[in-house]
Design a protein around this ligand. Structure first.
Ligand code: NAD
Ligand code: UGA
Length: 467
């Protein structure tokens, strides 16, 4: 079966970049990305490529090449679904905020709505691809909805094709993936044909040996597992960063020493103020919930500890600022460099900066933030979402500037919350001269040259090192 037309429901951080790359690499396939969020679709269609709703290095070039040729962004969801041979579901799957499983389970209402919409409008056979990250066995629910509500003798095949891209490197990850994973019904001819149809899309640029096919359940569970393992490494090294601070060991030296063991590997061992991002926490909570529903208490507790450690690391960073500043930050200006959850993205979801700010605002500090890519309103939305204090109080406690020197001026302390490269290039002598003394600096990312800053006069704290 040759795919001529693809529809992707959800034009977010995954749907947008993924489909842009598919369209770039498969000019013979028409790719339409649809969303109910009209503002987002308009931004994807903006002539000014700096206004794309997702900031990713290199994405503007890919969109520029394919948009209007075989890549389209639209709010006409029904039409795009019906036209397509293959429909990707790439909508958000946040943690449930209500009812059974509140705070843990994945909220699948958007997925179910998509399945019902596909069933309602489809008049021709479709391959439906789960691109969103989903609990293991979700495909059976999607299949049941599709098969029971269409009523037009349309045949559906369900595939799981989880996405492993990381934000900030989305385009290179999509162009050179470690592997592409496709789960499908490999017991039937139709299932095998569906798997092959998707394999042949990726085979336009991914070497065949890196395209892995499995059964649906393995594919669904592999995505949650991959994120759990990655987050676990960060929590593991972060747990040791605290021990390093007590023992005069240096966490970077420890990470290097263990990372050179090829069985351990050197990646994802950077101690930090805590991991953020829309997925690690959500996916581990989901894994914990699934384990609990099967009565697997030890399995659930084991993975939950990754989250407990991460919460501790964020809180610990804030408390260290407070205790170092002579046990009070009330009325003191604290400069935040960075708000995004990692560099090279404008995404702030679950960013450690939000939680550190929240702790400091509760101690009545005055926070000033500079981030090269995050919009001011986004920062207030992030804080308001926590519901710790009123929106007015958040606005009076936290201010945002477009100039890092302004942010740091008259500050009692600077906290590095995101590892943006530009922070390394600042005139740190000038920043020091304009600060209150002692001039404290808390590097939550192990980014800066601490000995050099200490030479200038800064009093520095670095995650995982006692000096
Ligand atoms: P997102 O919130 O950026 O985008 C989701 C989009 O889906 C939104 O624009 C929303 O308006 C749209 N949407 C929701 N319901 C819809 C409907 N019924 N019809 C049309 N549009 C609808 O989310 P995201 O970050 O792209 O994540 C999507 C999925 O991919 C999640 O399951 C996530 O876990 C997974 N994932 C994310 C990343 C990442 O780096 N962000 C990486 C891998 C996997
Ligand atoms: C992560 C995974 O890396 C992707 O494979 C996955 O597709 C994605 O989640 C997802 O499912 O959403 P992402 O969250 O975009 O990608 O970014 P990461 O590079 O994984 O960073 C996550 C967080 O961990 C960031 O806050 C980062 O600063 C932190 N981190 C990462 C560390 O603190 N130390 C490290 O060594 C690595």
């Amino acid at each position: 079966m040759k795919i001529k037309s693809i529809c992707c429901i959800g034009a977010g951080y995954v749907g947008g970049p993924t489909m842009a790359v598919i369209a770039q690499k498969c000019p013979q396939v028409k790719v339409t990305v649809v969303d109910i969020n009209e503002a987002r679709i308009n931004a994807w269609n903006d002539k000014d490529l700096s206004k794309l709703p997702v900031y990713e290095p290199g994405l503007d070039k890919v969109v520029e090449e394919a948009r209007g040729r075989n890549l389209f962004f639209s709010t006409q969801v029904d039409q795009a679904i019906d036209e397509a041979d293959m429909v990707f579901i790439s909508v958000n799957t946040p943690t449930k905020t209500y009812g059974k499983g509140k705070g843990m389970a994945a909220d699948l209402k958007y997925i179910e709505l998509c399945a019902r919409q596909i069933a309602r409008v489809a008049t021709t056979d479709k391959i439906v691809v789960e691109k969103s990250t989903l609990p293991v066995r979700t495909a059976s629910a999607i299949k049941s909805i599709l098969d029971n509500t269409n009523g037009k003798d349309v045949k559906f095949q369900i595939l799981s094709n989880p996405e492993f891209l990381a934000e900030g490197t989305a385009v290179t990850d999509l162009l050179n993936p470690d592997r592409v994973l496709i789960g499908g019904d490999n017991d039937t001819t139709e299932g095998k044909e569906a798997i092959e149809a998707l394999v042949s899309i990726y085979a336009n640029w991914v070497p065949k040996e890196q395209i892995l096919t499995t059964n649906v359940w393995s594919s669904e569970l592999s995505k949650l597992t991959a994120n759990a393992f990655l987050a676990q490494r960060v929590s593991s090294i972060n747990s040791l960063s605290e021990l390093c601070e007590k023992t005069e060991a240096d966490v970077n030296e420890v990470a290097k020493a263990i990372g050179m063991d090829s069985r351990i590997g050197s990646k994802f061992l950077k101690a930090s103020v805590g991991f953020g991002g829309s997925c690690f926490q959500k996916d581990i909570l989901n894994l914990v919930y699934i384990a609990k529903t099967y009565g697997l208490t030890e399995v659930a507790d084991y993975w939950e500890q990754v989250i407990i450690m991460n919460d501790h690391q964020k809180r610990r960073f804030a408390h260290n600022i407070i205790s170092t500043l002579f046990n009070t930050v009330s009325g003191k200006k604290i400069a935040f460099l960075g708000w995004a959850f990692k560099k090279d993205t404008n995404d702030t979801r679950e960013s450690a900066a939000i939680y550190v700010a929240d702790e400091l605002l509760s101690e009545q500090s005055q926070i000033s933030v500079y981030d090269p890519k995050v919009e001011t309103e986004q920062m207030y939305t992030d804080l308001d979402y926590l519901n710790t204090r009123s929106s007015e109080e958040n606005r009076s406690g936290l201010s945002v500037t477009q100039d890092p020197y302004e942010t740091c001026k008259d500050a009692h302390a600077i906290a590095i919350l995101t590892e943006w490269d530009e922070f390394k290039t600042y005139d740190w002598q000038k920043i020091y001269d304009q600060m209150q003394k002692p001039a404290f600096l808390f590097d939550g990312r192990g980014l800066l040259d601490i000995p050099k800053l200490e030479e200038i006069g800064f009093v520095c704290y670095k995650i995982g090192s006692s000096n």
